[in-house]
Design a protein around this ligand. Sequence first.
Ligand code: SF4
Length: 502
Amino acid sequence: MSITCNSIKMTDKNGDLNFLGQEARQWRDVPKDPITYVSNEETVFLFGGLTILQDKLIQSALRSLGENFIALPNPDFKSFQTGKAFGNRGQCNPTYFTVGNLVKYLQNLRDTTGLSNKEIVAKYVYVTAGGCGPCRFGMYITEYKKALHDAGFDGFRITSFEHDKGIFQGEDEAKQLLNFSPKFFITLIKAVIIGDIINILGYRMRPYEIEAGAVDKAIEVCRLRISQAFEDKKNLTKTLWSCRDILSAVKLNRLQPKAKVLVMGEFWAAMTEGDGNYNLHKFLEAEGAECIPQPIMNRLMLSIWEAERKLQKQENLTKETDKKIDFTNTKSRLLLVLAKTAVKTYFTLYAKAIGLHAYEIPNMQKLATLAKTYYTLDCEGGEGHLEVAHLIESVKENLSHLTISVKPFGCMPSSAVSDGVQSLVTNRFPSANFLSIETSGEGAANFYSRVQMALFKAKQSAKEEFEALDIPTHIPEKAHNYLYQPHNKKTGTAARVLESLV
Ligand code: SF4
């Protein structure tokens, strides 16, 4: 018996059969018959998979470059089921959600527009991030192609830019379809960063809103304004500054003690805002908690840090073996410094403009130092050492009352490796309130009940922290404005605000 990409082969005297008794054939990425695709100008590019806000901002940002981009809807349970129906067995659940989401979109497109499968294949392209993942991430493109083939969209084009190469993409099919120029990536990064900033503010404000839904409404007004600014090529900093009035108009009561919950874990599972993690963020807010989300910028900074580390190792090897200095390394290092500076500069500029203060851009070197005793820094799958680092940082710096690590079912780096290490970390840091939880796409009741149990303790800690402080006779109005962001040793927002007033 041997294992191929998409089936288990059994060999008997009649030849190779799969487990259904059908003839097993080698998987080929290329379509069976030649396909005539429409011209680049007529091509429609589909993408998706980040937060809802970021997907919408990216759509406007990339349209401003003259490309016809459409953001897919947020993956839901139906996407997961579609992914399971057409995907390989034994995948991690982000694969099922994202692959199924694309198949579901194309099926809807066919059923609602009357376009045939053939016409859809000729006209649409899906753009995604790819790379040589030591985990399943490295096989995503083949997964997409396999599911699309089985769903009747053989030859549908999937194009990827390598997430760890950023603006330094190779010469391949992807570049022929899309202009992966520095301008493309800078525009993309701007949209991602603005989305991160607004998401962080939204999570800070929503638990304290007096009128339910007011924060989301204000954010939607800001989003439309920023999208328009992208499309009209207007000044983004000024636009973000103009959003301050919209957000300041939302009435908040920030003196309610709420448990602060750091949500981290595998990149997609921790970041998605839907069935992919059972709507974890919404559930936590409904249960009276404030979430600290993981910005996408974390992933960007980790990729840059990993690339810098590789270069450093190559340079050390060159010195040890007395080889000649490789000047391409010097150029790569310079480009990495430029990329890091660009991310930090845009983040600082835009955060200041819209009023996100007291936010520290993730310091990858500091996080690596925290984690290295427990997790080898050379292990790059998924979030690598970051999950361990986040937990240690949260305990040492009193950042949250509870840390939840979300891991997709079947994820090797997050479930098998990080969680094994976390038991040692929680042993060394007994004050950690830590919950590691798997998302399989099914079994929501068990998931929610475990979150509720961990949250109970966190809520008590938040209440005790708040009640230990004296309440001043006069509370200034600024205490309830999102722009007032005091920084002190307290964890909860209410305790922090109160501490700053006494
Ligand atoms: S990190 Fe885990 S969930 Fe994410 S792609 Fe890799 S195996 Fe899948």
